[in-house]
Ligand binder design. Structure first.
Ligand code: SAM
Ligand code: SF4
Length: 335
């Protein structure tokens, strides 16, 4: 894999001095749910031949790990469990552990975990973030246009397979903000960390408005009333979430992309399923690594493209500007 290249210091940095350690790898744009905040009701899928093959995914990830010092890989999508060859991809990534890869994680809607969790664990997956935006079945159906039962079965399967997980919910005012307390109570009952994500101005349906964002302070206020004392935990560089301890025992995370963006410490980059490198979730365009790869470019040329795409990363995104027009939607970028 990516050997045979003159050794460079394994560091990927942007012009603002932020070192990148995490790669979000989208393995498909397809999904079996249609979360209203993420994708259109009738999406058109990318032709399969445009997606990076498992070999291409492994070759690019090897460059990121061995030559650029990436330590954490998160598989995402679309719904990553729909990708054929997912266990083989995870198995292939294990070869990078001696070369610096520390964690292989996945963000999933859990609908296929009842079937796949044991194979993913056996392949070497370390942990999961599972999205569940409501506990109420009718509300879950309204938000995701799918039933909640396969998700609950998938969560049980992840536990049975010994895969550690956190639960994630995007909170949208007048949709699921009434679920904050019940989702947290349910997660805490299972001794699982619950994380709430502020609604980002990247939804496909353009429903985002500042009024729809339920901010960290509002979430904390509601949870404080229900669970008692809230302690802020020291910020961990490993997590994009601000972490809290509720009532002295329950772990809670809040991803404050809108009310308190964490851009100044951003250590991640994103590769879409068609091999475009996005330095930021809010970037207008990406660097087309797949085209270079299929055009026969050398590893050295690919590294130059990656370094320069990341170097030019902007300082941060500007939520105050409002809805963000981009040529790419969340399910294609990987969230
Ligand atoms: N299908 C998987 C899932 O839902 O977990 C992985 C892909 S999904 C695009 C990754 C993450 O992006 C999910 O946690 C989802 O809730 C989040 N997401 C999608 N659209 C969002 C938005 N407009 N604002 C905030 N988070 C969003
Ligand atoms: Fe699918 Fe995840 Fe987007 Fe929901 S958030 S539509 S589960 S990709």
């Amino acid at each position: 894999m990516a050997d045979g290249i003159a050794s460079t210091p394994p560091e990927l940095v942007d012009q603002h001095g932020r070192r990148k350690r995490k790669l979000r790898l989208s393995v498909t744009d397809r999904c079996n749910l249609r979360c209203a905040y993420c994708m259109p009701e009738n999406p058109s899928w990318l032709p399969r031949e445009q997606l990076l093959t498992i070999e291409e995914l492994l070759r690019l990830t090897a460059l990121f790990v061995i030559q650029l010092g990436i330590t954490n890989v998160r598989l995402t999508g679309g719904e990553p469990t729909l990708r054929r060859g997912l266990p083989e991809l995870i198995e292939g990534l294990q070869l990078l552990r001696p070369r610096g890869l520390q964690r292989v994680s996945m963000t999933s809607n859990a609908t296929r975990l009842a079937e796949l969790a044991p194979a993913l664990k056996a392949a070497g997956l370390d942990d999961l973030n599972i999205s569940i935006d409501a506990r109420d079945p009718a509300l879950f159906q309204k938000l995701t246009r799918g039933p909640i039962e396969p998700v609950l079965e998938g969560i049980a399967a992840a536990r049975d397979a010994g895969l550690p997980f956190k639960l994630n919910a995007v909170v949208i005012r007048d949709y699921n903000d009434g679920e904050i307390e019940s989702l947290a109570a349910w997660a805490f009952e299972q001794q699982v960390e619950m994380r709430f994500i502020e609604f980002m101005p990247l939804d496909n349906a353009q429903q985002w408005s500042r009024e729809r964002v339920v901010t960290e302070s509002e979430i904390l206020q509601r949870l404080g009333t229900r669970f008692g004392k809230i302690e802020k935990l020291p910020r961990s560089s490993a997590s994009p979430a601000t972490e809290y301890l509720l009532g002295g025992k329950h772990r809670l995370g809040i991803i404050t992309t809108v009310s308190d963006p964490f851009c100044s410490s951003c250590d991640r980059v994103r590769l879409t399923a068609v091999g475009e490198l996005f330095a930021c979730l809010f970037s207008a365009r990406g660097s087309k690594l797949r085209d270079a790869l299929r055009g026969g470019e050398s590893d050295a040329a690919l590294l130059t493209m990656i370094r320069s795409g990341v170097w030019n990363k902007e300082a941060g995104f500007a939520a105050p500007r409002g809805y963000v027009e981009r040529p790419i939607t969340m399910h294609r970028l990987g969230g």
